[in-house]
Design a protein around this ligand. Structure first.
Ligand SMILES: Nc1nc2c(c(=O)[nH]1)N[C@H]1C(S)=C(S)[C@@H](COP(=O)(O)OP(=O)(O)OC[C@H]3O[C@@H](n4cnc5c(=O)[nH]c(N)nc54)[C@H](O)[C@@H]3O)O[C@H]1N2
Ligand SMILES: Nc1nc2c(c(=O)[nH]1)N[C@H]1C(S)=C(S)[C@@H](COP(=O)(O)OP(=O)(O)OC[C@H]3O[C@@H](n4cnc5c(=O)[nH]c(N)nc54)[C@H](O)[C@@H]3O)O[C@H]1N2
Ligand SMILES: [Mo]
Length: 567
């Protein structure tokens, strides 16, 4: 958004098939984005070179021709080192820089200290690999730079993203077919959530709440005044709960007791509320703290609607199963609540919701259900029903005519700063957290199934650390951070460098990973530093609790939280 003026990936899935260089930077797409990765595989089959930039030799890094195994939280240093090498080797795209960017001089100055030697020392990546990356990325005809949470879930995630955008501006690897910046979205419809205005600053269609014209348009349609004040992000809500300003909370389809950093603090806040409502398709751990649970048993396959994926393609979702019993879908529940609050919403169906959005959001205006059906999905912006579709964004930056080129993209001068949770003698190991193929987010929707390829809850350790600490594979160990401790069986992973540990965030029923993590938020995105926790690992005689069904689960969770609060 800051650099190019649009908060979305620049390229379409199909384009990666034609890329000759693909970078997965802090992205384990092999496990987390299998569909997208299959498009990448087509390019790999055609000979594309792949780089993996990840502290772990992840499943994706295993597919890479070159793996840059950097220390957690040193991405900005690495990007500067690459940038400096590109500049000094005379590989910068001077014409593109002149026409399409601003702030290049300052960027050159900021790169200058980051020689290959300095960068290598700071990041742990061998100098020759940094050099190889720089030359390949600059010389590639079409390079796709894909990143995800390894970049964004840090106290300086926004700065990290700016550092990667700098590399694309430096080389002109953006705004062309096959060349782009691709932050692959997390969930099947996280882009759609943003499109619909589930962002504290936005009305639907990325229209700023602060803009009186936008507000007036929505006020006319909705018949109510809209406050000009921005809403709160999730982490700001947590702060407001601490301050006692936010006392009533309504959670729809989210499980923050397990998914937010520093679970003990989250639990304490939810228990301190005057009133908590949870609307979910399962009785989650979060729901066990609710005053009212609204069972929304109409899941994605039981309701109509649309999904917007990472390439901004809106597709129809169709009801494949009848919802069980008297289950209502989320629209119906909200409509009934609105009615009790004295507002008779005329809208009943997903299509009516969609048509209202189309009337208000120019970028979605042309996407009627009919067009979505006929075309099998359409990418925004799509203002006109007959209009053409735009595959990649920011092609304007290549226009010869300065007027058509529009606002130039600024280089970002960012500072390399190490993670907030510092390593020391007491907490000498770096824990990073993330995903496994067979499990999904907090495990609510994917937990409890058996599969031979399922890894299960555990802590991954390097063979060196296991030997040093005298830990055997499968042995239950105690992992402790400055905030809490968990028990987990140890698993040997030769893809981890000594000093680095990995835990999935997918198995909180068995192991509450987020009891360990730190609530250090990026000042702009407000995302927590899930990817960098300082921990220690100790041998223990304690055993893992047995699985004992939902009633005991609820009882145990309540007891646990009381203990946590007491402590
Ligand atoms: N199977 C499965 N797929 C999923 C999900 C799931 O739960 N299960 N969840 C979905 C969601 S919501 C999301 S957001 C996406 C996330 O998709 P990804 O971001 O690909 O998943 P993660 O495993 O969280 O993190 C990616 C990588 O970041 C690396 N990393 C950690 N620290 C650093 C660092 O400092 N620098 C760099 N360069 N890398 C680092 C980790 O080692 C990890 O391999 O996945 C989606 N897809
Ligand atoms: N340590 C650590 N923590 C992390 C991360 C990490 O990498 N490491 N990743 C973070 C990321 S990227 C994400 S996205 C979050 C995910 O965090 P959450 O969003 O809290 O996790 P989910 O398990 O996806 O929870 C979604 C909930 O929605 C419910 N649900 C599903 N369909 C419907 C529906 O149709 N209607 C309603 N009402 N409910 C429904 C599900 O039952 C589930 O309870 O976790 C974050 N937490
Ligand atoms: Mo996510």
């Amino acid at each position: 958004m800051h650099v190019f003026g649009a908060g979305g990936g620049t390229s379409s899935y199909r384009e990666i098939e034609d890329a000759d260089l693909i970078v997965f930077w802090g992205s384990n797409a092999r496990e987390a984005h299998p569909i997208f990765f299959h498009h990448a595989l087509k390019a790999i089959n055609k000979g594309a070179k792949v780089y993996g930039v990840d502290p772990r030799r992840s499943k994706t890094a295993e597919w890479a021709d070159v793996w840059l195994g950097l220390d957690v939280g040193t991405d900005i240093a690495l990007a500067y080192g690459i940038g400096r090498e590109i500049i000094h080797a005379g590989l910068a795209n001077e014409e593109f820089i002149r026409n399409a960017s601003t702030g290049f001089e300052d960027y050159v100055a900021a790169c200058e200290p980051w020689t290959l030697e300095v960068t290598s020392r700071e990041t742990g990546v061998p100098a020759d690999l940094i050099r190889e990356f720089a030359h390949d990325y600059a010389k590639a005809e079409r390079a796709q730079l894909c990143w995800t949470l390894g970049i964004t879930e840090h106290h300086n995630g926004t700065d990290n993203v700016r550092a990667l955008c700098n590399l694309a501006l430096l080389t002109g690897q953006v705004g062309r077919w096959g060349a782009g910046l691709v932050p692959v979205r997390g969930q099947n419809n996280v882009q759609g959530g943003g499109d619909m205005g589930a962002i504290p600053k936005n009305l639907p269609g990325f229209q700023d709440v602060g803009n009186p014209e936008h507000r007036a348009k929505f006020e006319r349609m909705w018949g109510v005044p809209i406050p000009s004040k921005y809403g709160l992000t999730l982490s700001e809500m947590m702060e407001e709960m601490d301050e006692g300003h936010l006392t009533n909370v309504y959670i729809i389809g989210e499980n923050p007791v397990q998914s937010d950093a520093d679970s003990a603090a989250v639990t304490r806040r939810l228990q301190g509320l005057d009133h908590l409502v949870v609307q979910d398709i399962f009785l989650t751990k979060t729901a066990t703290f609710a005053d009212v649970v609204l069972p929304s048993t109409a899941a994605w396959c039981e309701s109509e609607g649309t999904f917007t994926n990472s390439e901004r393609r809106v597709q129809r979702g169709r009801k494949a199963l009848e919802p069980p019993g008297e289950a209502k879908d989320d629209i119906e529940i909200m409509r009934l609540i609105a009615a009790r609050l004295g507002h008779a919403w005329p809208i009943q169906t997903a299509e009516q919701v969609w048509d209202e959005l189309r009337a208000l959001s120019p970028a979605h205006h042309g996407m009627s259900y009919r067009v979505l059906e006929e075309r099998g999905g359409v990418r925004w912006p799509f203002p006109d029903e007959n209009g053409p579709e735009i595959a990649f964004l920011h092609g304007r930056l290549w226009e010869k005519d300065p007027e058509k080129r529009g606002r130039p993209a600024p280089f970002g001068i960012v500072e390399h700063r190490l993670p907030v949770d510092k390593l020391n003698d007491e907490f000498p190991l770096r824990l990073t957290t993330g995903r496994r193929l067979t499990d999904y987010n907090t495990g609510v929707q994917s937990g409890g199934f058996n599969s031979p390829i399922r890894v299960g809850a555990c802590i991954d350790m390097s063979p060196e650390d296991m030997a040093r600490l005298g830990i055997n594979e499968g042995e239950v160990v105690r992992v402790a951070s400055r905030r809490g401790a968990v028990l987990a069986p140890a698993r040997r992973d030769p893809g981890l460098r000594p000093g680095l540990l990995f835990m999935a965030c997918n198995f909180p029923d068995e192991v509450d990973t987020n009891l360990l993590t730190i609530e250090a938020n990026d000042p702009i995105s407000k995302t927590a530093e899930f990817k960098a926790t300082a921990v220690k690992v100790e041998k223990t005689n304690e055993a893992l609790p047995e699985d004992d069904g939902i009633e005991d689960f609820v009882k145990r969770e309540r007891q646990n939280s009381e203990l946590l609060i007491a402590s």
